[in-house]
Write a protein that binds this ligand. Structure first.
Ligand code: PMP
Length: 421
């Protein structure tokens, strides 16, 4: 644009923003929470279980059964392409299981290594990524080594270079399917490379966080890579620990979480977990078994979520397209699963967009949240979470966000123009 055209554009966006502020909105797109309508889908749970014992006759009201009840392990085994003996069904949060694993590795060492505590250990972190993975690592002072996330999973060449010589690089996190926030699913080739890559640390671990394994937004359902078999075939059976949960299948606060791994890793987890618990909430596990009946029951249930979620993701895309397509000031993902849209704006303006949105009554995830220590070196990344508000609110909020993106871009570009003039 010529300086005059840019001025006109800026004036138009300022006017649009003033109008937006005048609407007195109060909308929240911050966290990937299921909506009330999605939670309602699982309300059958509230009348379950209808019995007090599981298929093996275990009284689920009592203590015991550290690995979780057999039937819930079987359902997850089928969904995650592993054997039931490789699954531990725990409490309501897979994040807690990840935290348990990390802390046990720090204090007692992983199944194939010495305690990590007291050493300057590092984790590879694909970015943008899940903020809670990063805050967990930060809370233990673990250095994070960012690598770019791509359309088919993380930049594996960059990971290989980081892990091959430095024995202090002990692990990595990855959301393999419909990643938070970029939505990409790792390719078979990349998963196989991660499984086989030489690592200087003999006890290198992949925290394979399959939180969105079944969370498809289209009929084309991505299949999760079977990292456990891949690692096993590559001679690294204890490298991966897989995590998943029903937090975004049934109730986010009262689902069932699982981990799956080699039998050595499963034994290792139990060895330490026995000091922390006399057994998980088997009543909740049994009501989940009765609610779903089998793995197909879970898949069928996810279609109902898709019907609620897909229109919201379409609304995000429509609002961004209407305001920003062709301007060259923003790029965003069109995910086929998961809970997020990744929005990249003009470098240096993500913080400004979030501030403008806030001042217009639309709360977004803080800029930079998807990077270690909340620091996006280019200040351009925004994670959009359209699941929680009702569709109409998503439409209104996203039209507002698009206005803020355009205004922040116009401000930045006219600032640059003035500075260079
Ligand atoms: N992993 C990822 C990638 C997530 O996005 C989330 C939820 N936002 C979780 C884990 C949390 O899982 P849970 O509820 O099982 O602790």
């Amino acid at each position: 644009l010529s300086p005059a055209e840019l001025n006109d554009f800026l004036a138009a966006k300022r006017a649009a923003y003033q109008a937006l502020q005048g609407r007195g909105l109060k909308l929240d797109l911050t966290r990937g929470k299921p909506s009330a309508a999605q939670l309602d889908l699982a309300d059958g749970l509230l009348k379950l279980p209808t019995s007090i014992s599981d298929a093996d006759g275990v009284d689920v009201r009592n203590y015991g059964g550290l690995t979780g009840i057999r039937q819930i392990r079987e359902i997850f085994a089928e969904l995650l392409w592993v054997e039931p003996e490789q699954v531990i069904a725990g409490g309501n949060s897979s994040l807690t299981m990840m935290h348990d694993c990390l802390v046990q590795m720090l204090l007692h060492g992983p199944v194939d290594g010495q305690p990590w505590v007291g050493q300057p250990i590092k984790f590879v972190c694909p970015v943008p990524g899940y903020d809670r993975h990063f805050t967990m690592l930060a809370s233990y002072g673990i250095e994070m080594l960012p690598v770019p996330m791509e359309a088919d999973g993380p930049d594996v060449a960059a990971i290989e270079a980081l892990v091959k010589d430095d024995p202090m690089v002990k692990g990595m996190w990855i959301v393999p399917t419909y990643a938070n926030p970029v939505g990409s699913t790792i390719s078979h080739e990349k998963a196989a490379l991660l499984a086989a890559m030489p690592t200087a640390a003999a006890d290198f671990k992949i925290f394979w966080d399959n939180a969105y394994a079944f969370h498809h937004l289209t009929e084309e359902e991505a299949k999760s890579e079977d990292i456990i078999s891949l690692c096993s075939a590559a001679g690294n059976p204890n490298r991966p620990i897989m995590f998943a949960s029903t937090s975004k299948i049934t109730y986010a606060g009262a689902g069932v979480a699982v981990l799956a791994a080699s039998s050595a890793n499963v034994g290792w987890y139990q060895k330490h977990y026995q000091y922390a618990s006399i057994g998980p909430d088997k009543v909740n596990q049994l009501r989940h078994v009765q609610f779903f009946t089998n793995a197909q029951g879970v898949r069928d249930h996810m279609v109902k979520h898709r019907e609620i979620l897909a229109p919201k993701f379409a609304a995000v895309d429509a609002a961004l397209t209407a305001e920003l397509a062709g301007l060259g000031v923003a790029e965003w993902t069109k995910p086929t699963g998961g809970y997020f849209v990744n929005l990249d704006v003009v470098d240096g303006t993500a913080g400004r967009v979030v501030q403008l949105a806030k001042e217009a009554g639309i709360v977004l995830t803080p800029a930079g949240a998807s990077f270690p220590h909340g620091h996006d070196p280019r200040d351009r990344n925004i994670r959009l979470a359209p699941s929680f508000p009702v569709l109409e609110e998503v439409e209104t909020a996203m039209a507002g966000v698009a206005t803020c993106v355009a205004l922040a871009a116009a401000e930045e570009l006219s600032g640059r123009h003035t500075a260079s003039a």
